[in-house]
Design a protein around this ligand. Structure first.
Ligand code: DQA
Length: 147
């Protein structure tokens, strides 16, 4: 299994950025952990971060025929991007949405996700564990589909 892990805007600053909300773990540490988890789950994990909406759209298009699943933390684009939602719907690669913080505990503008209707499911609020849980959930979803 090949899994693409997409990180949206400002997630390159993890560790420095609002540590009270997002914690002190860096993006590199999250990616390393996911690669480790991938070994146990027999999934090859490829991370990609961009601050640019169009680059994330391109990455989703280029995932076709290369990745069987996507884990995405779209950051603020979660709450704004019809383009990312349409890209996920267009490629029909099973996708799991993750957030470090619980977006429903926060400001009302974070309560709506444009991605939620086109993803398999969402994991929100477990810090870096959200990514690990998201990867596990995606892999079990793909395995169930294959049987
Ligand atoms: C986030 C939540 C978003 O509201 C925010 O804009 C982010 C990070 C999270 O992981 O908790 O950049 O997606």
């Amino acid at each position: 299994l090949n899994v693409l892990v997409l990180h949206g805007p400002n997630l390159n600053l993890l560790g420095l950025r609002e540590p009270g909300i997002y914690g002190s773990t860096t993006l590199d540490q999250i990616n390393q952990q996911l690669k480790e988890d991938g070994k146990t789950l027999q999934a090859e994990v490829t991370p990609f971060q961009s601050n640019h909406e169009g680059e994330l759209v391109d990455a989703i298009h280029q995932a076709v025929d290369r990745y069987q699943g996507i884990v995405i933390n779209a950051g603020a684009y979660t709450h704004t991007s019809v383009a990312l939602r349409d890209a996920i719907a267009a490629v029909s690669i099973p996708t799991v949405e993750v957030h470090l913080s619980n977006i429903y505990h926060r400001e009302p503008f974070r309560h709506h996700s444009y991605l939620a209707p086109v993803v398999v499911g969402q994991i929100s609020g477990f810090g870096p564990e959200s990514y690990r849980l998201g990867l596990q959930a995606l892999v079990s979803h793909l395995q169930l589909k294959a049987t």
